[in-house]
Design a protein. Structure first.
Length: 242
């Protein structure tokens, strides 16, 4: 009986988790003097396995790398750069998930799930810009990148920020952008043109979270049919003064 209960709980967890796999985004926020990794959807801020953080990178204002430690807590992760960063990036790998014919999600690739009807592996990325005038380094580790074409900290609320979206290092056309993922996660702002460029309205004096998400079909992969990628760009709309 206990074994059956455990299996039922695992099945429920798999279903709930799989719903989060594509719906949830990733960004960072400064809370209580710490840089916290947020895994959520709009106002939701959910617990997650900190082991899923696959990388974190910090840079000074000149684009030089700063060592950063990932503190893996019980229900989320915290980033600890050696000194205050101008730019910070983080990545999360949700792993491979396959859906069975009875709609249960299993945390394995489809090669290990006989009869799987869906399969995916999702990755979440976030880029935060903290200091005006920061030089952005190469960010090849962010596979879906919302790259600001001017310093976002100098634009101001109510004005448009020009961005270019890169997928695997190449301009990505037709990518829908959410201008305020933290407050209006289902409201699309704009879409990238043939060169991956778009103008996104800066909405908030406080934290702005611009987001994009794309599902990429994969051919010849024995474990997953699609690669789901989410990315965010975060910055303050106005300088913070004590």
């Amino acid at each position: 009986m206990q074994h059956a209960k455990s299996l039922a709980l695992l099945g429920l967890f798999g279903t709930l988790f799989a719903a989060q796999v594509s719906a949830h985004g990733l960004w960072t926020e400064q809370r209580r003097g710490n840089i916290e990794v947020i895994y959520g959807h709009g106002a939701e801020d959910d617990a997650f396995k900190a082991q899923k953080i696959s990388g974190a990178w910090a840079y000074d204002i000149g684009g030089k790398m700063i060592p950063v430690t990932v503190e893996r807590l019980a229900d989320h992760a915290r980033l600890q750069p050696l000194k205050s960063p101008a730019v910070l990036a983080v990545a999360l790998d949700n792993g491979m998930w396959s859906q069975t014919a009875d709609k249960k999600w299993i945390n394995h690739g489809r090669s290990k799930v006989p009869g799987a009807i869906e399969s995916t592996q999702t990755f979440k990325y976030s880029l935060a810009i903290y200091q005006p005038g920061a030089k952005l380094p190469k960010l090849d580790q962010i596979k879906l990148l919302i790259l600001p074409e001017v310093d976002p900290l100098t634009v101001g609320p109510g004005k448009s920020l020009p961005v270019q979206v890169l997928l695997d290092g190449k301009p990505a056309a037709g990518i829908k952008l959410i201008g305020d993922y933290r407050n209006a996660p289902n409201t699309l702002s704009t879409e990238t043109d043939a060169q991956g460029r778009a103008q996104v309205l800066v909405r908030n004096e406080g934290l702005n979270v611009i987001a994009a998400q794309v599902e990429i079909p994969l051919k010849g992969n024995p474990d997953v049919a699609t690669r789901g990628v989410f990315s965010s760009l975060t910055f303050l709309g106005k300088p913070h003064h004590e």
